[in-house]
Ligand binder design. Structure first.
Ligand code: SF4
Length: 655
């Protein structure tokens, strides 16, 4: 029988879509966007419409697997099938012995955003109940921006996409809705139809559809100088919002003095933006009110990542655009949920290591790490310096990985536990691009012997003696965690019946009363920082191109292992740059950094700057195609966020 059921997409993406699944005999045959959802508006991206291929791929892990004794190969043949009873017994025994011999902090729990489902966070409850373990701190995607926003605004925040329609100017700064965040496009188009000006600031020109009035292409990693030049221009022309600055902010005089240390032209020069584009943008940002800035993640992945977001925030505040169109990063739903279920113990019992280069910090730990539990992330592939991460995992006495495909990380594990696809589990999903919370409902029958993270932790808790503290169905845990939203019983019913609600505890316009989430309620300007372009590495003769990583329209992060995917990916180069290097369209090249080389197919693309090579986050270490084989583990200055876009490369034709 054919059925249509509402669920939600929990992939690591801004859009948090509500999804209609077509289900036949327990299998999903198609996915489409829920037309009733105000943001999804009836369409999905290519990643999720293709998701059934991934869910029913022959490459899926179907059973618990254990590495054969002495077999160190990084391939699935190194593993043998075992029963769940054996797998859980082995995991529980290893946990018990580790805790007895070295204490619970000798366990490294590494969890990522492979699913944005809120129930994934119950793993933290499990490990807290165990006594507290070692966990990564910060955030490899947004850590730098979070550090800057939390300092100035007191929390990360974003306007609801609906508020874009109230803006006369929308600046997308390092945010590409054509590749990810495609559900912002209808709002941008509507804003433009109503007369708003749209500007993109991105090293890549985003589209040829004339959506934008201007597209500025700064030198990758040099956006901070553009922001400071704009701020300096506002000071010079006396365009700053005096009443807001004196009544609602702290630290303005000091930061303004810092901005005055250089002229507008001096700040602007390193950014690579021309005078005409600059003066046009400055005038627009002054005249068009409300003016909104929406930032993305890529502009944080540089050595001055924190400073970049801090300077953009300072500009928005000085210009009086906060709240106004504001500065949008991402809304903090989770601060409005009942997270006491997840962090029941004082944080002091946990130990943290920075996420971006966790492997570097393990040798100094006492007690040392004796086992790792990895779920919802593929750190070998996702973190810079893939080889260092793999070597670190290989040096640990025991690694358990939970996943549903044979990723590089799974191949480095000792015990592999099969996880369900998102079509086979339930729980709430909050978006980091809008204010809606959706109900991800299991719509398909399980494949193989796959289980959910929650079921795995519940079974382990039973074996470890605290089973009753983890008990509860997916629905019961959803009700517990969303209790603050469900004060209104009508909203609770609507959530489960219609598949989503707008979070009533999040404002569509954050800080609309000009009170911020800082200790004194004021916007806090950043402390002056070392903004010296000489601090930033420059291209050299041997490695003349800036490597910029971008998202792909076809897969998310490392989730590309679908049959039929290319064995290597495209590198985009400006035609003039390719001509200098005598490289031609579609030729196979090696992309080479001081770290190593990977193969790629050359695509000529005049939308990228001439000093950069653009590649999607992609590849696999096992196949020698992982982009992170080229990228060193250098951090962006805060939030444990790697400076993914700070590497330099050259291209050579494959002989
Ligand atoms: S990946 Fe993002 S845009 Fe695509 S369906 Fe999921 S939430 Fe929507």
């Amino acid at each position: 029988m054919l059925q249509q059921m509402i669920t939600a997409c929990p992939l690591d993406c801004w859009d948090g879509c509500s999804v209609i699944a077509t289900v036949e005999e327990g299998r999903v045959t198609a996915l489409s966007g829920n037309p009733a959802h105000p943001i999804t508006r009836g369409f999905l991206c290519d990643k999720t419409t293709r998701y059934p291929q991934r869910a029913y791929s022959p490459g899926r892990i179907l059973y618990p697997m254990r590495r054969r004794a002495g077999d160190e190969r990084h391939c699935s043949e190194a593993f043998e099938r075992i029963t769940w009873e054996e797998a859980l017994g082995l995991a529980a025994r290893t946990i018990r012995e580790t805790v007895a011999q070295c204490g619970s902090r000798a366990i490294l729990h590494f969890q990522g955003s492979g699913s944005m489902g809120l129930l994934k966070k119950l793993s933290l409850r499990f490990f807290n109940l165990l006594g507290g373990v070692t966990e990564p701190s910060g955030d490899i995607c947004f850590g730098a921006g979070t550090a800057a926003m939390e300092h100035s605004f007191g929390e990360q925040a974003a306007h609801s996409p609906e508020d874009i329609l109230n803006s006369k100017l929308v600046v997308l700064w390092g945010r590409d809705p054509f590749t990810s965040n495609s559900h912002l496009l209808p709002f941008l188009r509507e804003a433009r139809r109503r007369g708003a000006a749209l500007v993109s600031i991105n090293p890549r020109r985003l589209d040829r559809s004339r959506l934008f009035d201007r597209q500025l292409q700064p030198v990758p990693g040099h956006d901070v100088f553009l922001a400071l030049a704009l701020l300096r221009e506002f000071i010079e022309r006396e365009w700053c919002d005096g009443p807001f600055l004196s009544g609602c902010t702290a630290g303005w005089e000091e930061f303004a003095a810092f901005a005055r240390q250089r002229s507008t032209a001096e700040w602007l020069a390193p950014s690579g933006i021309g005078h005409g584009d600059f003066t046009h943008l400055a005038a627009l940002y002054h005249q068009k009110r409300p003016a909104a800035i929406w930032i993305g993640s890529g502009l944080q992945h540089h050595l001055l990542g924190v400073e970049t977001v801090a300077a953009i925030g300072a500009l928005a505040a000085a210009a009086g655009s906060v709240p106004g169109g504001g500065l949008s990063f991402y809304p903090r739903h989770r601060q409005r949920f009942d997270m006491s279920w997840i962090t029941p113990h004082p944080a002091a019992r946990n130990r943290v290591v920075p996420e971006g280069d966790f492997w570097r910090h393990l040798p100094a730990l006492d007690p040392p790490i004796r086992m790792a539990w990895i779920n919802g992330i593929n750190p070998v592939r996702t973190l810079p310096d893939s080889n260092a991460v793999a070597e670190c995992l290989g040096s640990l006495p025991f690694v358990a990985a939970v996943d549903f495909h044979w990723t590089d990380t799974v191949l480095a594990a000792d015990l592999v536990l099969p996880h369900v696809s998102f079509l086979e589990e339930s729980g709430p999903v909050s978006s980091y691009g809008h204010n809606y919370v959706a109900w991800q409902q299991a719509v398909a029958e399980r494949v193989g012997e796959a289980r959910t993270d929650l079921e795995i932790f519940q079974a382990l808790a039973e074996r470890l003696g605290f089973g009753e503290k983890m008990q509860g169905s997916e629905r019961e845990w959803t009700e517990r965690l969303l209790a603050p939203l469900f004060q209104d019983a009508g909203l609770r019913d609507k959530f489960f019946r219609e598949g989503f609600i707008e979070n009533p505890l999040l404002a569509r316009v954050p800080f609309h009363n000009r009170v911020f989430s800082t200790a004194d309620g004021k916007f806090r300007f950043p402390a002056p920082f070392a903004a010296d372009p000489a601090r930033l590495p420059k291209p050299a003769t041997e490695f003349p191109l800036r490597l910029v990583c971008c998202k792909s329209r076809r897969h998310l992060n490392s989730q590309q292992e679908i049959a039929g995917e290319p064995l290597c990916y495209d590198v985009r180069l400006h035609p003039r740059t390719a001509a200098i290097e005598q490289l031609t369209e579609n030729c196979m090249v090696h992309v080479i950094s001081p770290m190593g080389r990977i193969p790629a197919r050359l695509e000529l693309d005049d939308s990228v700057r001439e000093d950069m090579a653009l590649m999607p986050v992609s590849g696999s270490r096992a196949r020698g195609t992982s982009l992170n084989l080229l990228i060193p583990a250098v951090m962006a200055g805060g939030g444990s966020c790697p400076a993914y876009n700070a590497a330099f490369v050259r291209l050579e034709p494959v002989q």
